[in-house]
Ligand binder design. Structure first.
Ligand SMILES: Nc1ncnc2c1ncn2[C@@H]1O[C@H](COP(=O)(O)OP(=O)(O)OP(=O)(O)O)[C@@H](O)[C@H]1O
Ligand SMILES: CC(=O)N[C@H]1[C@@H]2OC[C@@H](O2)[C@@H](O)[C@@H]1O[C@H](C)C(=O)O
Length: 430
């Protein structure tokens, strides 16, 4: 290549995601080099941009199953694209511009493939919503379905930057879950030559990637799945118990002042999702509003106060994670690295450490990868891989029969919309 030529491969990439907590858009501006085993990333900057008032509530309502009209859906789709585009522009301020965006968008609906919902029945002790309920909906549709809003073509036009979006659909179309997708990135950024590691994300939903020591056929031994609730049930309970004055239990302090009710945790762990073998994925359709209502009802039978309820829900998150390692992993890891907002919940971290006994629990920050922005970084890498023609899914994680290229590419070009950004410093309103 002539030294003055632009490199063929984009290296400065923006990753964007809003997860199942719907707490805002995580944006990461990263420099990427290498491809897989030599993959390297440098986080130039990361930020979380809250959703404008009203939009979060509309997204949560869709997730809770509230019916909306097609015009409303279209309006929300473009409103999300607009805030994602604004996040992309803001994150570049003071930096060289990025050449590509990887935008996950906002999940508003996720249905795993039908045959993955069959498992142990929920016991009569607790009529918690079960995967059977989700399955009935999908009984005649063997493929999964996952909808992320914030259309990529609009982000490309608003920013003028080529945008890769809709990452989950290709894996789903060949029979996979389309989730979790981050484990392939975890494998290349967080594997260790001698140490078997569990990378545990605790977002709204929890998911794990078990990465064996990096030798032999280590890649084929990776396992990953959604462990169940991360913070989704806790956040809903906090909102209810604080009469809407709080949205989460900061550092886990409220839960730490209570006592977990172990018989109730045992009862809740009978729920069939926890007994399904991986690959498996889930969302707020299961661990959402209906679920927490039943949990709160169950708690009444034990006369739990607010702090005890939160301690018991925190224990459910911790116990479901550890139960799934003990049940589904070929061997326990030598270290657990947490990421996602739940890694800041000190009480939850403490309970996980207690349940994992001698296995050390720390965060991905401690091995040099931002626990707050790892998911956004991962979607930057997935966009980069898409550009290079490298598959992004890991069949052992999603259950897909083969590797596939993930994401649709929308060319960025100089447009009326992107010029408005340049002249006014903000994304136009519609
Ligand atoms: N200091 C803190 N103490 C306790 N909990 C926290 C703290 N900071 C964040 N959280 C929790 O983390 C959640 C947000 O986590 P995160 O942003 O990783 O979720 P997400 O990316 O939306 O979800 P997912 O990974 O399922 O897509 C908050 O809703 C809150 O419950
Ligand atoms: C459908 C969907 O958005 N799933 C999310 C969700 O949040 C955590 C867990 O459930 C995970 O499977 C996934 O996200 C991450 C980014 C993933 O695909 O790896």
């Amino acid at each position: 290549m002539h030294p003055t030529e632009e490199p063929a491969v984009p290296t400065r990439v923006i990753g964007l995601i809003s997860g199942t907590s719907v707490d805002g858009i995580d944006a990461a501006l990263v420099e990427i080099s290498g491809t897989e085993l030599d993959l390297k990333i440098e986080l130039l900057t990361g930020a979380t941009y809250p959703y404008p008032a009203g939009l979060r509530e509309k997204i949560l309502a869709i997730g809770a199953g509230v019916a909306i009209s097609m015009p409303e859906l279209a309006e929300i789709d473009d409103a999300i694209a607009q805030v994602f585009a604004q996040a992309a522009q803001n994150i570049q301020i003071g930096h060289q511009p990025a050449t590509i965006i990887g935008s996950h968008g906002q999940t508003v609906y996720h249905r795993p493939p039908a045959d993955r919902g069959i498992g142990k029945k929920t016991t009569p002790d607790s009529p918690l919503p079960s995967t059977d309920a989700i399955n009935r909906v999908s009984a005649h549709f063997p493929l999964g379905y996952s909808l992320q809003l914030g259309r990529g073509e609009l982000i490309a036009h608003l920013t003028g930057i080529t945008t890769v979006s809709n990452f989950r659909v290709a894996d789903i179309a060949i029979g996979g879950h389309g989730a979790p997708l981050v484990p392939r990135v975890d494998a290349y950024l967080l594997s260790h030559p001698q140490e078997g590691r569990c990378i545990q994300n605790i977002g709204g939903i929890g998911n794990v990637a078990y990465i064996p020591p990096r030798y032999g056929n280590w890649l084929s031994k990776i396992r990953a799945w959604d462990t169940g609730p991360g913070n989704s049930l806790l956040d809903l309970a906090v909102e209810h118990l604080s009469a809407g004055t709080k949205t989460y239990d900061e550092d886990g302090n409220w839960a730490a002042s209570g006592t977990p009710c172990h018989p109730l945790v045992e009862q809740w762990l009978n729920q069939n999702y926890f007994h399904l073998p991986p690959p498996k994925s889930t969302g707020r359709e299961l661990f959402g509003v209906t679920y927490i209502h039943q949990c709160l009802k169950d708690a009444q039978a034990y006369q739990l106060n607010a702090a005890d309820i939160l301690a018991t829900l925190t224990e459910l998150t911790a116990a479901s994670i550890v139960h799934s390692y003990r049940t589904f992993l070929p061997e326990m890891p030598q270290r657990v690295l947490l990421c996602g907002g739940g890694s800041r919940n000190l009480y939850l971290k403490q309970r996980l450490q207690l349940l994992l006994a001698s296995i050390p629990v720390s965060t991905t920050d401690e091995v040099g990868l931002s626990a707050d922005f790892k998911e956004a970084i991962a979607f930057a890498v997935l966009a980069y891989w898409r550009h290079l023609g490298i598959p992004g899914n890991l069949p052992t994680a999603t259950g897909a029969p083969q590797e596939v290229l993930l994401g649709e590419i929308h060319q960025g070009q100089d447009s009326v919309l992107s010029r408005e950004w340049e002249s006014k410093g903000r994304i136009p309103n519609f």
